[in-house]
Design a protein around this ligand. Structure first.
Ligand code: ADP
Length: 259
């Protein structure tokens, strides 16, 4: 299993490196140093789940007389690391494509009210597993122009983070409001909060305020960088209101497409 996953990760790294190498011949957006840093960080992040999987497999190989049920904990660890790795690889590929200007974003009329409601419905179970109260107030008929899949990815990133960085028993409120010109999507939590110094840094690739907490929650440090790109691609804005220890609110502003 480790051999297969190892070769797949090496393949992915070669693929990403070749993307970035090709890119260096084109008008450069990432400096050479930043590319090297990105590859080094990506390799490190891929190595961590592999190491954990190997340790768990080593443990399992010493328990060959025990049943699978008796060893469920180690299997669960391996499963959760493969999930982290899958998410990491997905995000790395998205960013490699973004850097290489190879993302085809669609431009169509999107009903943000329906999309927000649908996305909330998908994530409500995840919140309830952490005993988090999850509420939404969504204005009707809010239309924007953009790519429905990317906008869904954006909403998922913000709600997923709100769940990850809110402790058991917390509260999350998703709201969609409008002015005549703008749509405002807000994801508010009463979780760990973000300090003023970290507010800009959290949009950088692989930056995590608390690496251990993020990893425990399955975080890979790329979500907000992708969110920032999606918002820029839709000519939108993002504002963060947060108090350390009290909670955070991420507010995305998008141009409305009035019918
Ligand atoms: P990750 O996969 O680590 O969640 P992100 O890029 O989505 O990566 O977020 C970067 C960092 O920003 C997180 O590791 C966390 O420290 C901080 N962060 C993001 N959302 C929140 C939030 N709602 N509350 C507190 N901290 C947050």
């Amino acid at each position: 299993v480790i051999m297969i996953i190892g070769s797949v990760s090496i393949g992915i790294l070669i693929f990403i490196s070749s993307y970035l190498a090709k890119k260096s011949l084109e008008p450069v957006r990432l400096s050479y140093e930043r590319q090297k840093e990105f590859i080094a960080d990506a390799s490190h992040e891929l190595r961590t789940p592999l190491t954990i999987m190997r340790t768990n497999l080593d443990l399992l190989s010493m328990k060959e007389n025990e049943t699978i049920i008796e060893n469920k904990k180690w299997f669960d660890n391996i499963y959760s690391e493969t999930e982290t790795m899958a998410k990491l690889v997905h995000n790395l590929l998205t960013l490699a494509q973004v850097d290489n200007n190879q993302v085809n974003t669609r431009s169509e009329i999107v009903d943000l009210s329906v999309l927000t409601q649908k996305t909330c419905d998908k994530l409500v179970l995840m919140a309830s597993e952490k005993d988090i109260s999850f509420k939404s107030i969504i204005a009707d008929n809010v239309m924007v122009k953009g790519d429905v899949n990317r906008l869904e990815q954006l909403i998922v990133i913000l709600i997923d983070n709100a769940i990850k960085y809110t402790t058991t028993g917390g509260e999350i409120l998703v709201s969609l409001m409008t002015t005549p010109e703008k749509a405002y999507l807000s994801v508010k939590d009463n979780g760990v909060g973000i300090s003023n110094e970290d507010r800009e840094k959290i949009f950088e690739r692989f930056y995590r305020v608390d690496k251990v907490r993020s990893r425990e929650q399955g975080g890979v440090g790329l979500g907000l960088n992708i969110a920032k790109w999606i918002i820029a691609d839709h000519k939108g804005t993002i504002e963060i209101k947060s108090k350390l220890g009290k909670g955070s609110e991420f507010i995305v502003g998008l141009n409305k497409k009035n019918r």
